[in-house]
Design a protein. Structure first.
Length: 102
């Protein structure tokens, strides 16, 4: 399933493709062109992100917008439930794999 690129403010949506979706996990690949975003969303499951690129992403939540330097192959874990938006403000493409633990 591929997201359509559409405007949200002045940014297009990043592209996503679900690779696995079963009773235990959902694995989604994300590709961010420069100045694209996930759009505001909230995960229903705890999840792991496996960066396929290195760079800096902006992570917005209701209160803040924080820049995070992400290293290729250095995975990180997040808890469910926080509404957020991920933005690629690099001048190059950025990608990661997201693994939601059902």
């Amino acid at each position: 399933m591929k997201n359509q690129e559409r405007k949200e403010g002045d940014r297009r949506k990043a592209s996503s493709a679900i690779q696995i979706d079963n009773e235990k996990v959902r694995v989604t690949s994300w590709l961010f062109e420069p100045n694209t975003e996930t759009g505001w969303h909230k995960h229903a499951y705890n999840y792991i992100v496996v960066p396929q690129s290195e760079g800096t992403l902006s992570i917005q939540n209701k209160e803040t917008k924080v820049l995070h330097h992400i290293e290729k192959g250095k995975s990180y874990y997040r808890e469910l439930g926080v509404e957020h938006n991920v933005i690629n403000e690099n001048n190059y493409c950025f990608s990661f794999i997201e693994i939601e633990l059902k």
